[in-house]
Write a protein that binds this ligand. Structure first.
Ligand SMILES: [Zn+2]
Length: 287
């Protein structure tokens, strides 16, 4: 009897599986650098006085991914400067939420609620009084990175920290080749001033709409991921060692909101989150 072509599908699939290299990383750090430097070349060509300094990824399975556009600059990490005359001249840190690039996974009012709640968590740590202050988005499709990669956005910013919205997987493949869209939940971009490369100009946060976003459910809880990204917004890096047991479960030492891999719902700062935040912000001016 003649074989029908579609009967060969399992065999073809097996051959492809065996031929493909296993355990390929979704994010190639050198390719991310190329993507960041492409954006910085665009900014330089437009005579801008700021550039992308670094990008921090929160993933479902890859650990500790932070990529700097320029490694040589990084003896010191960048920080917000109180009363920065190029940044509204105030000690406040302003934040805005893009109301255009929405996820349809949950009611949008709940998304705004989760973002507000995560901001409140960071804004009420007793050791500091920044404060973090909400400002209007004016209905704009906020997002400078989006603009630079040709996926909407605007060439400007309204707030220090912009929640620039939910983007399709392709956006994450572009900023994190070859296939960051597979495993990046959220990302924070830090821009610094060219003349003062350790002072932050502004930050942007994006979420990957490839995932199923939820309110107070483990996969994937919006407030937890927002709170993590806001941690980058207030200059914290990743910390905690991550171990995977033979059954594939993750263990963190210590467990923290700023662990580099998403694990489960977490709406509060734990010990190292608090200590790290306070080491930066306790000395922020009080008025
Ligand atoms: Zn992170």
């Amino acid at each position: 009897m003649k074989q029908k072509w579609f009967n060969l599908f399992p065999l073809i699939a097996l051959v492809i599986m065996l031929a493909a290299p296993q355990a390929l990383s979704a994010i190639d750090e050198n390719e991310v650098k190329v993507a960041l430097n492409t954006m910085n070349d665009q900014l330089a060509a437009a005579n801008k006085d700021f550039a992308v300094d670094c990008v921090e990824f929160l993933t479902v399975d890859e650990e500790g991914i932070i990529v700097y556009a320029n490694d040589h600059q990084h003896q010191l990490s960048s920080q917000w400067l109180a009363y920065d005359p190029w940044r509204f001249g105030t000690r406040d840190i302003y934040w805005a939420v893009d109301q255009v690039d929405r996820t349809a996974d949950v009611p949008w009012a709940d998304v705004n609620g989760a973002i507000g709640s995560a901001m409140n968590t960071w804004n009420t740590v007793p050791c500091a009084n920044i404060p973090l202050v909400w400002v209007d988005d004016f209905g704009l499709d906020l997002g400078y990175v989006q603009y630079l990669v040709g996926m909407g956005g605007v060439p400007g910013w309204l707030a220090d920290i912009t929640f620039a919205g939910w983007m399709p997987r392709t956006f994450f493949d572009i900023i994190a080749p070859p296939s960051g869209g597979n495993n990046i939940l959220g990302v924070t971009f830090t821009f610094t001033w060219n003349a003062r490369p350790t002072d932050v100009a502004f930050k942007e946060i994006y979420y990957n709409d490839r995932f199923n976003w939820r309110i107070n459910e483990r996969y994937y809880d919006i407030e937890t991921v927002v709170a993590h990204e806001v941690g980058h917004g207030v200059s914290l890096g990743h910390f905690g060692k991550i171990f995977r047991t033979p059954n594939g479960d993750l263990h963190f030492a210590p467990r923290a909101l700023m662990n580099a891999i998403y694990y489960d719902i977490l709406h509060e700062l734990l010990g190292t989150d608090n200590a790290s935040f306070c080491s930066i912000w306790a000395s922020w001016p009080n008025n």
